[in-house]
Design a binder for this molecule. Structure first.
Ligand code: FAD
Length: 225
């Protein structure tokens, strides 16, 4: 096993393109899947951490941790607090969360609702940019109040509506957005089912996820963060 610690994005992207190892950021998601003889390319020193704000524009370096993002961008704090535990949030990165398989990836659901832009160098995500919305709606149904994976995650800026926990990847609920544009929250809640393709897992059945999705969409849209 070899540990590469590139000091620039170009170096990291080059190592990755040459098959020198697997890319690692906080390693919270990857760790259980790493093989003992697998080489890794750590992004720790690649200079990709930090949050820049300019008016309502936010640019987040890919290796910024979830804790750092919550501190820098207040409207996302409650959403990020619903993810894992403080220990995990201190290590898990914004870029890594884009690749978290469902029912994880709650920040990715938020970024989808924000129509965030992802910048890459080769296959390395370097930063994520979005605008601070005027309104923010978020809810996450879990088996426990803290540190539990999503049964249903709903994020919306009042125009776009994204869902987690109810499909193999985070999805935009376009039919629900159309009803929302008409001010029809009950209609949006029911229409959200059109975007759902739920699965069974240890947290909830597909049947249950489908059953409670409209409830949580309605709950999210009637409670601005
Ligand atoms: C106990 C536990 C509970 C959790 N609970 C939740 C939860 O409630 N909600 C939730 O959303 N998530 C949850 N997670 C998942 C966690 O948020 C993700 O594991 C984390 O965000 C991944 O980030 P990382 O930096 O650790 O990525 P890593 O584990 O380092 O990498 C994960 C994947 O992303 C790739 N990757 C990482 N960075 C980049 C990059 N810059 N460019 C390209 N590819 C990249 C890696 O190659 C790898 O394939 C939980 C995880 C654990 C361990």
């Amino acid at each position: 096993m070899q540990v590469h610690v590139p000091t620039s994005v170009d170096e990291a992207a080059g190592l990755l393109a040459n098959g020198e190892g697997v890319l690692v950021a906080g390693c919270t998601g990857l760790y259980p899947h790493l093989q003992p003889d697998q080489s890794i390319i750590s992004l720790r020193k690649a200079g990709l951490s930090g949050v820049e704000t300019d008016g309502d524009s936010v640019r987040v370096g890919a290796t910024t941790t979830l804790t750092e993002l919550a501190r820098a961008v207040p409207f996302l704090r409650e959403s990020i607090d619903s993810i894992a535990s403080p220990t995990i949030r201190n290590m898990a990165t914004v870029g890594g969360n884009l690749f978290a398989p469902q029912p994880h990836g709650d920040l990715a659901v938020c970024l989808l609702a924000l129509d965030a832009q992802v910048d890459k160098t080769g296959d390395v995500v370097t930063s994520i940019s979005f605008k601070v919305p005027e309104r923010w709606y978020y809810t996450k149904a879990m088996r426990r109040k803290q540190n539990s994976a999503s049964i249903v995650t709903v994020a919306s800026d009042g125009v776009r509506l994204a869902l987690g926990g109810v499909a193999p990847q985070p999805v935009r609920a376009h039919a629900a957005e159309a009803r929302l544009a008409e001010g029809d929250i009950d209609g949006a809640a029911e229409a959200a089912l059109e975007a759902a393709d739920p699965f069974d897992d240890a947290y909830a059945s597909a049947w249950y996820r489908r059953r409670v999705l409209p409830v949580h969409v309605r709950r999210a849209l009637t409670n601005a963060v």
